[in-house]
Design a binder for this molecule. Structure first.
Ligand SMILES: Cc1cc2nc3c(=O)[nH]c(=O)nc-3n(C[C@H](O)[C@H](O)[C@H](O)COP(=O)(O)OP(=O)(O)OC[C@H]3O[C@@H](n4cnc5c(N)ncnc54)[C@H](O)[C@@H]3O)c2cc1C
Length: 386
């Protein structure tokens, strides 16, 4: 399989690379320090069409595919992960479920503004009592036959993009009944921001991704029309498994970007910083560290591009997506640790991008399926059950 980019995708990669360097890099450190959501940068990303990359033009999208999205994510994360995760969650978790499972009416209502970045969508799956075991959802939704409305009760935690000034909707998973075998029937329901009874808590104080928005949500007798059901009733679990399979490729691209950003910063610093009368980069110990970091970023890129190519070709990609996510997040953490080491004391100072990368790397082994969950998926794909 040839994983080199077509001229169109290479052009997209260059455009996003330039944007990341010229617009994101000079400003994002201040937003990060203030734990502030970078509205002006996100607006600009919307104007560039990044939120519409994998969606059809008839809904306001750019007519591209998942490969295009992942390329943009890698380039953004080379410079900063907060803006990259805002795009990833907005597209892959916010808009994609509506594109894949929505009715024509739902697509027309939501996709044009989501594609333009005028509003952000969020996906509420994780609950305070469980994330990995997503089938253990406790949030409930009952259909009120008198008003033809879903009545939702429960809570969600760690939800990205859920409480910004431009958040338009959160798709939540909820138990809507019992299956014949007694297991919970889970469905997905669109809850527009501002619906009475839907409360968004203050942003979490996080270790990293500090210029992105993550909140706890609570639902107390929240009423939305029956027509806000996304996809078929009882298919919510299967739907979000599909969304998470794809999302793993996006997170793998983002992690690769962070791993590559660590190489970029380390090469620069190793040439500038002098110790014992010469640049530290003349020491083989430093050169070997950076060579290993480059090897890991390169291999991670091949892994996510392979998974994305399979997805775009309509081939099975579950195992490859899990492999790419597991590998790229592991090497992102490795590279962030080594880049910080190469920067010495300055690597511990927040004004240096590698300090931000170090803080942003750990979540990649946790979000959208922990490394343990990826191993479980890979083992299952290999026919190991237990
Ligand atoms: C910044 C941030 C943003 C997020 N954004 C979103 C979002 O937008 N939407 C959303 O729905 N969620 C979101 N999440 C939640 C995230 O996906 C979960 O935190 C993650 O899936 C892990 O779930 P958990 O935190 O409940 O950990 P748990 O499931 O409680 O796991 C705890 C530990 O036990 C391990 N473990 C669990 N079961 C097993 C097993 N069977 N075998 C071996 N090990 C196991 C896990 O790997 C982990 O190490 C976000 C989280 C963060 C921190």
């Amino acid at each position: 399989m040839d994983h080199r980019l077509s001229p169109e995708l290479e052009e997209l990669r260059r455009t996003v690379e330039e944007f990341a360097h010229d617009v994101v890099a000079p400003k994002i450190g201040d937003f990060y320090e203030r734990h502030e959501f970078p509205y002006e940068i996100v607006r600009e990303m919307g104007r560039m069409g990044l939120f519409g990359l994998p969606f059809p033009e008839e809904y306001g999208g750019m007519g591209g595919d998942y490969l295009a999205l992942a390329i943009a994510l890698e380039e953004l994360a080379r410079v900063d992960s907060s803006v990259a995760i805002t795009l990833e969650a907005g597209v892959s978790l916010g808009a994609m479920p509506i594109h894949l499972f929505g009715t024509e009416e739902q697509k027309r209502e939501w996709l044009p503004r989501l594609c333009a970045g005028e509003i952000l969508g969020a996906f509420g799956l994780t609950e305070p009592d469980g994330g990995s075991d997503a089938g253990a959802t406790r949030t409930t939704a009952r259909l009120d036959p008198d008003t033809d409305e879903w009545v939702i009760n429960g809570s969600k935690c760690f939800i990205t993009n859920s409480g910004t000034d431009i958040t338009g909707l959160v798709t939540v998973t909820a138990v809507t009944g019992r299956k014949p075998d007694g297991r919970p029937e889970i469905s997905a329901i669109i809850v527009p921001s501002g619906t009475p009874g839907f409360t968004v808590a203050a942003p979490y104080s996080k270790v990293g991704w500090n210029a992105s928005d993550t909140r706890e949500l609570s639902f107390q007798d929240v009423r939305v029309p029956a027509g806000n059901l996304l996809g078929e009733q009882g298919r919510g679990y299967a739907q979000f498994l599909r969304i998470l399979d794809e999302g793993r490729i996006a997170i793998a691209a983002l992690a690769t970007g962070l791993a590559q950003g660590c190489v970029d910063e380390s090469v620069k610093y190793a040439k500038e910083r002098h110790a014992f009368g010469r640049p530290i980069g003349t020491n083989q110990a430093i050169q070997f560290k950076i060579a290993d970091m480059e090897m890991k970023a390169y291999t991670a890129r091949l892994a996510w591009r392979d998974a994305a190519s399979r997805l775009v070709a309509g081939e099975p990609f579950k195992k490859e997506a899990a492999l790419a996510k597991l590998y790229s997040s592991t090497v992102a953490v490795d590279n962030a640790r080594e880049a910080t080491q190469i920067h010495g004391g300055y690597g511990f100072m927040n004004e240096y991008p590698v300090a931000r990368m170090w803080r942003d790397s750990k979540i990649l082994e946790i979000g959208e399926g922990t490394s343990e969950v990826q191993r479980m998926l890979i083992a299952r794909e290999l026919g190991l059950v237990g």
